[in-house]
Design a protein around this ligand. Structure first.
Ligand code: FES
Ligand code: FES
Length: 181
């Protein structure tokens, strides 16, 4: 007999999924969550902590909308479990700047009209900060290549490239972030 996953063999409702305690340090603040072990970092951020700046696009590692920084390195938060990041420094777009004090990349995105709908923008900016931390991209071609995991359905690529290039050229590195090797 085919059984619905939420229905027990006795026909009643199945027990809720087991939750475990996960401690995450996000934007310098420690959060304790009771979540199922298979909760992605993206869902932990958006659904449990209401940090909705990080966007869910494909949920399959293909668009980059969910990019955040872990120990200064960019990752797709839809492809990793929250529980895997206990004890690590997680930075989301909410931790990069404030309305009164924009992060240099945020200012550059405004200056270069580097967005239209803005859905991809938090991921683009977190990814660009990760790229700067890596220190590998210096030319336009290198920036294009190393930002290619971040899609923009509005096609704002020229502005995005110009914004990132400006910050790379100014040499603004490791803005309030440290990379652990
Ligand atoms: S939502 Fe994570 S890569 Fe698209
Ligand atoms: S600005 Fe709309 S998807 Fe990039």
């Amino acid at each position: 007999m085919i059984q619905h996953p939420t229905t027990s063999s006795a026909g009643g409702l199945a027990a809720p999924p087991p939750a475990g305690t996960v401690r995450l340090t996000i934007n310098g603040q420690l959060h304790t969550l009771e979540i199922a072990p298979w909760t992605t970092l993206l869902d932990a951020l958006r659904e449990y902590l209401h940090l909705t700046g990080t966007k869910k696009g494909c949920d399959h590692g293909q668009c980059g909308a969910c990019t955040v920084l872990v120990e200064g390195k960019r990752i797709n938060s839809c492809l990793t479990l929250a529980v895997m990041h206990e004890g690590e420094e997680i930075t989301t777009i909410e931790g990069l700047g404030t309305q009164e004090n924009l992060h240099p990349l945020q200012q550059a995105f405004v200056d270069h009209d580097a967005f239209q709908c803005g859905y991809c923008t938090p991921g683009q900016i977190c990814s660009a900060q990760g790229l700067i931390n890596e220190g590998k991209a210096h030319t336009e071609a290198e920036i294009r290549e190393l930002m290619s995991g971040n899609l923009c359905r509005c096609g704002a690529y020229v502005g995005i490239l110009n914004a990132v290039k400006e910050v790379v050229d100014k040499g603004i590195k490791n803005y309030e972030l440290k990379i652990k090797n």
